[in-house]
Design a protein around this ligand. Structure first.
Ligand code: ZN
Ligand code: ZN
Length: 111
C-alpha cells in the first residue's frame, strides 16, 4: 500500500478588507506625494518647469522634447525633477536644438 503524503497548500486567503486598506494607503501616498512638498509638507508642490533634453533616438543628441518636469515648493523652494515621459528617447529628427539648451543638465541627485 502506497502512502502518499500530499501537502496541501493553504488556500490563499485574500482579506478584502486588508487589500482595500493597502490600496487606499497607496492612493493616499500617491496623492500626497504629488501635491505636498516632500521637504516641508506644504501643499501645492506642483510642476513649475518643464525641462527639455530628451535624447534623439537617432543620434543621441538632446532635443527640445520635454524630458522631465520640475516640481517646486511654493513655500521652501524645494525642487525636484521627475521624468515626464515614458520613452527614453525622442523620435529622430527632433534634434539639432542642442544649442538652445541650457548647458546645465538635470541630474538626479539633489544635495
Ligand atoms: Zn516645501
Ligand atoms: Zn538626432
Amino acid at each position: 500500500m502506497r502512502r502518499r503524503f500530499r501537502r496541501r497548500r493553504y488556500a490563499r486567503h485574500r482579506n478584502p478588507t486588508r487589500m482595500r486598506a493597502i490600496e487606499r494607503a497607496a492612493n493616499d501616498l500617491v496623492r500626497r506625494f504629488r501635491s505636498q512638498c516632500p521637504a516641508c509638507a506644504h501643499p501645492g508642490f506642483d510642476v513649475t518647469d518643464r525641462v527639455p533634453g530628451l535624447p534623439c533616438e537617432g543620434c543621441g543628441e538632446p532635443t527640445h522634447v520635454i524630458c522631465s518636469e520640475a516640481f517646486t515648493c511654493q513655500a521652501c523652494d524645494y525642487r525636484q525633477e521627475r521624468r515626464a515621459t515614458s520613452p527614453m528617447t525622442a523620435e529622430a529628427g527632433r534634434c539639432g536644438m542642442s544649442s538652445t539648451l541650457s548647458p546645465q543638465e538635470p541630474h538626479g541627485g539633489s544635495s
